[in-house]
Design a binder for this molecule. Structure first.
Ligand code: 5GP
Ligand code: ZN
Length: 116
């Protein structure tokens, strides 16, 4: 989709630090991490948000990828957050569906995660 930052990351037009990639999903480091691990799990196909994503198999796959990445990033055991902002009132700034995977420290003591 034109003028979509994440579509441009998917196509390689905008560089990113990739953590994982397959034919349907890409995972890369958030540009402004709020914790030691902060990855964005992004389907390659453009959907605006969860209200638009009607592909159940893809949704399943996304959650399998989240688990794979959590193990790869060594946050699976200690715990991590999966965050999805859907729409303006939730603070969704990039209108290409994505799931934040955040961890690497005790997030219950974390302040300043309002934007994510
Ligand atoms: P949202 O607020 O939409 O849930 O999250 C968008 C996230 O994308 C933010 O955490 C922001 O830091 C990240 N982000 C925005 N632009 C870029 C970019 O060009 N590259 C990367 N790696 N992350 C980005
Ligand atoms: Zn897009």
């Amino acid at each position: 989709m034109e003028d979509c930052i994440f579509c441009k990351i998917v196509s390689g037009e905008i560089p990113s630090t990739k953590v994982y990639e397959d034919d349907q999903v890409i995972v890369f480091k958030d540009l402004n991490p709020v914790a030691p691990v902060h990855d964005l799990v992004v389907p390659k196909k453009h959907y605006k948000n969860v209200m638009e994503l009607d592909d159940k198999e893809l949704l399943n796959h996304i959650f399998e990828v989240i688990k794979t990445v959590a193990k790869q990033e060594n946050v699976a055991e200690d715990g991590f957050r999966i965050i999805n902002n859907c729409g303006d009132f939730a603070g969704q700034t990039v209108k290409h569906i994505h799931f934040h995977v955040i961890g690497g420290e005790d997030l219950t003591k974390h302040v300043g995660m309002d934007h994510c």
